[in-house]
Design a protein around this ligand. Structure first.
Ligand SMILES: *Cc1c(COP(=O)(O)O)cnc(C)c1O
Ligand SMILES: [Zn+2]
Length: 411
């Protein structure tokens, strides 16, 4: 059962049948899954969702795959944590952390890969592949292993060692390419035309991208079927930001929430790779590709495929964007860990530092219910905090040494 009825060009609206294709033959625009929203409205309800699995598959009525839960490691339904101490530190009112570090391979990419590989099985593919800045590689290798698919993941050779190990351990092929992500991606576009593989970010990208909407569905459900006022989203290609906004609108379309969403969407990037935020800050309509140079490697896409759409969504919803320095990213990681006990990777530092900047600028307001998307776990990018997170003191194993180092009131 699926309520997906086809693929539609986001530029010219031309319709296609469901197939492993991703660009329009007429205008080369990107394709997006289209749904029979009347069928979804008739078939879904809050009760049905509440009785479903505690994963993205509780929203199966809104997902494209026929064989739901085909590749299921339990992605999604991650905690939405009220963050009062962070809010106080930022001078904000109501702040929530969507803690997507709690996914099976510890990043939000498990959502998109679970959908992409379920669809790949349906298409009859035997091999999964991707170009990745790290987290996608983890997720593809793990889900492919679980599904009995072969895998080839292509990563920039300078990736964090941790992300290579946590991909290779699943037994697929890890190909370190001498170049940056955009070089890797170009190679993959060529390979995708040659090998009969499901490339999650090429020929099955339209299905992959749909998985991101589950973040909007979950946030609303976890808020008691209400929308937040403002969501801060880290941007690599920009896809996640656009799909979260789409997800909120769809909740209204299918009658799960009566009111139309009024959710401001804001985008976060690292200054060392900020093509989308730069266009925003300059008021430009076109995105100029950049060469990435930042510790936020999981967001280091210099030529973002959905950048234009992300700009458009942030403009339409009245949000903002910021580009934050590597030092601010590290401070953001520490601030979140210190105030809320949640350890984020560099992308999470980008989100928190952006939230801080936008709060300071008055773009994110005190009277808003704000959700910050924390999309990857801190253990993935330990190197970023090693210089600033050592022992408080190193002492001899004696009482005297401790009391000399710490001035603590005794019993
Ligand atoms: C992939 C990724 C994102 C968002 O990527 P988009 O390409 O913009 O959809 C955000 N955070 C992390 C940690 C990621 O790995
Ligand atoms: Zn088209």
């Amino acid at each position: 059962m699926t309520n997906a009825i086809g693929l539609r060009c986001r530029e010219c609206g031309h319709d296609y049948e469901i197939a492993p294709i991703y660009t329009c033959e007429w205008c080369f625009g990107p394709l997006e899954v289209s749904y029979d929203y009347e069928a979804i409205t008739a078939g879904t309800s809050r009760e049905k969702i509440a009785s479903g699995p505690r994963s993205i598959w509780r929203y199966a009525d809104l997902l494209p795959t026929k064989v739901n839960r085909a590749v299921d490691l339990g992605a999604g339904f991650t905690p939405l944590v009220r963050a009062d101490r962070l809010a106080a530190a930022l001078g904000l009112g109501e702040v929530w952390i969507k803690n997507d570090t709690m996914n099976p391979t510890n990043s939000f990419k498990d959502r998109v890969v679970a959908v992409a590989l379920s669809q790949a099985l349906e298409f009859g593919f035997k091999t999964a592949a991707c170009a990745s800045t790290g987290n996608l590689a983890n997720a593809v290798a793990a889900h492919a292993a679980h599904a009995g698919l072969k895998s080839y993941v292509f990563v920039p050779a300078d990736l964090e060692a941790g992300k290579i190990v946590t991909t290779a351990v699943y037994g697929g092929n890890v190909v370190a390419v001498q170049g940056n992500y955009d070089d890797v991606n170009r190679l993959c576009a060529e390979l995708a035309g040659t090998y009969p593989w499901a490339f999650v970010n090429v020929n099955v990208r339209p299905f992959y991208a749909e998985g991101s909407r589950t973040l909007a569905f979950e946030i609303a459900e976890q808020l008691g079927w209400e929308y937040p006022d403002h969501v801060v989203v880290p941007m690599a290609s920009g896809s996640l930001l656009t799909k979260v906004e789409k997800g909120f609108r769809e909740l209204h379309t299918v009658g799960l929430i009566d009111a139309e969403p009024v959710v401001r969407m804001s985008g976060a990037q690292a200054l060392g790779c900020s093509p989308i935020a730069k266009a925003w800050l300059e008021g430009a309509d076109t995105i100029r590709p950049v060469k990435p140079d930042t510790i936020a490697k999981s967001l280091a896409i210099g030529n973002p495929a959905d950048g234009y759409f992300a700009l458009d969504v942030v403009r339409k919803t009245g949000g903002g964007m910021a580009a934050v320095t590597d030092d601010e990213i590290v401070d953001g990681i520490r601030l979140l860990a210190r105030t809320e006990g949640i350890f984020a990777e560099t992308a999470g530092g980008v989100t928190i530092a952006t939230l801080q900047r936008l709060a300071h600028e008055g773009v994110v307001r005190r009277d808003e219910r704000v959700v910050a998307l924390i999309t990857g776990h801190g253990l993935k990018t330990l190197d970023a905090v090693v210089p600033v997170a050592g022992p408080t003191a190193t002492i001899a194993a004696t009482m005297e040494a401790f009391t000399a180092a710490f001035d603590v009131e005794e019993l």
